[in-house]
Design a protein around this ligand. Structure first.
Ligand code: UDP
Ligand code: MG
Length: 335
C-alpha cells in the first residue's frame, strides 16, 4: 500500500503515479517514449502524470514538449533555465511530482516503459522504494562497462554506505519517501546513494537495459568523471583522512630513519650539520602532515554539517502524536 492521500476521506480514489523524466536534447526520443508510456499506462488502473524536465535542451525537444502538453493534459513539462545535469533535473521533477508513487526514468527507452506495471505491482505489495539494477546494457562499450565496474568497487571501498553496482536512476518511490527526499538539499548529489541510505522498505529489481532508441549518450567523459567524483566525495571522508594516516605512517618511518641518521652521524661518515638538517626535515614533515590530517577531520565534520541533511526520518507516528512543523503538502520541515 502506498502513502494514500485519501483526500475525499471516504471511498477510495484512484491512485496517481508520477513519471519523472529528465531530457536533454532528446528530440528523436520524446514522442516515441511518450507514446509507449501512454500505451502501457492506459492498460493500468491508475491516474498518472508524465513530467518531463527539460535540462536546457538546444534542439527541438522543447517545441515537441509544448505540443505534447497541449495534446494531453497528463503530459507536462518543466524547462530548466540551463543545463543543470541529470541529478538536479531528477530532483526538480521529484519536487513537483504529486503522485502517490513517483517513478524516475530516462527518456531514451533504456529504462523500458514495459516494466512500469511490474514496479507498480511491487509498490502495491508493500515496497516503498523499488530500486532497479541494470544487469547488462546491450551494446555498451567495454570501456563504460569496465569503468562502471571498477568505480563501484572503489566506491564501496571508500563509501560509508553500500552502493550497489549497476544501480540506476530508474526507480519507484512512495510518496512518503519522496517527501522525505525533498528535505535533502545538498548541491553535489548522488541520488542513488541518498535513496539507498534513507531506509524504508526497499526492494531491488533487476532488468536488462536495451540500447538507446535514438541519439547518443548525453554523458560526456567529463560529465561521467564529475558524477563519479561527486559520488565518492558525497559519501566518503576517506580522502580527507588520507593525510592523517600518511602523517602517522611517515612520522613513524621517520623515527626509524632518524635512528639510522644518528648511527651514521656517529660512525663518522657524514658532513657536519647533516644529521640536524635531516632530523628537522623529518620532524617538521611529519608534524605538518599530522596537522593537515587534523584539519581534514574538521573539514570533514563541516562538510557533514553544511549538507544539512535531516537528522532522522519518521516512518510512522501514532495518531495521538502531532507531526512537527508540517508544510501544506505534509512535508515535515525540521527533524
Ligand atoms: N540528461 C539530462 N541532463 C544531462 C544529461 C542527460 O537530463 O545533462 C538526461 C538524458 O536526456 C536522458 C537521461 O538523462 O534522458 C540519461 O542520460 P543518457 O541516456 O545520456 O545517459 P546514459 O544512459 O548514457 O548513461
Ligand atoms: Mg541512456
Amino acid at each position: 500500500m502506498g502513502a494514500n492521500r485519501n483526500l475525499t476521506g471516504g471511498t477510495a480514489i484512484m491512485k496517481k503515479i508520477s513519471l519523472v523524466v529528465p531530457v536533454y536534447n532528446e528530440e528523436d526520443n520524446i514522442e516515441h517514449f511518450t507514446a509507449k508510456v501512454k500505451e502501457v499506462m492506459s492498460a493500468q488502473k491508475y491516474d498518472y502524470e508524465l513530467i518531463f524536465v527539460d535540462d536546457g535542451s538546444k534542439d527541438r525537444s522543447r517545441e515537441i514538449l509544448r505540443r505534447l502538453e497541449q495534446d494531453d493534459k497528463r503530459v507536462c513539462s518543466i524547462f530548466l533555465a540551463k543545463n543543470s545535469g541529470h541529478q538536479l533535473a531528477l530532483t526538480c521533477g521529484m519536487d513537483y511530482a504529486e503522485g502517490d508513487a513517483v517513478i524516475t526514468m530516462d527518456g531514451d527507452m533504456q529504462h523500458p516503459p514495459e516494466l512500469l506495471p511490474e514496479l507498480i505491482a511491487r509498490w502495491e505489495k508493500g515496497a516503498q522504494v523499488v530500486q532497479t539494477i541494470r544487469e547488462t546494457t546491450e551494446g555498451v562499450s567495454l570501456f563504460k562497462r569496465l569503468t562502471s565496474k571498477y568505480y563501484y568497487r572503489l566506491m564501496n571501498f571508500l563509501a560509508e554506505v553500500p552502493i550497489r553496482a549497476g544501480g540506476s536512476d530508474f526507480r519507484l518511490m512512495d510518496r512518503q519517501v519522496v517527501l522525505e527526499f525533498r528535505r535533502y538539499r545538498e548541491h553535489a548529489r548522488f541520488i542513488r546513494g541518498i535513496v539507498g541510505s534513507m531506509g524504508y522498505r526497499q526492494e531491488l529489481f533487476t532488468f536488462v537495459a536495451p540500447q538507446r532508441f535514438a541519439g547518443t549518450s548525453k554523458f560526456s567523459l567529463r560529465k561521467m568523471l564529475n558524477f563519479a567524483v561527486d559520488g565518492i566525495l558525497a559519501y566518503s571522508r576517506v580522502p580527507l583522512r588520507i593525510s592523517l594516516y600518511a602523517g602517522f605512517l611517515l612520522g613513524f618511518a621517520s623515527i626509524l630513519y632518524f635512528i639510522n641518521v644518528i648511527y651514521e652521524r656517529y660512525s663518522g661518515q657524514t658532513v657536519e650539520g647533516w644529521a640536524t638538517i635531516v632530523g628537522m626535515m623529518l620532524l617538521f614533515g611529519g608534524i605538518q602532515l599530522v596537522f593537515l590530517g587534523i584539519m581534514g577531520e574538521y573539514i570533514g565534520r563541516i562538510f557533514e554539517e553544511v549538507k544539512a541533511r535531516p537528522l532522522y526520518s519518521v516512518a510512522r507516528l501514532s495518531p495521538t502524536l502531532t507531526p512537527r512543523n508540517k508544510q501544506e503538502d505534509g512535508n515535515v520541515l525540521y527533524g
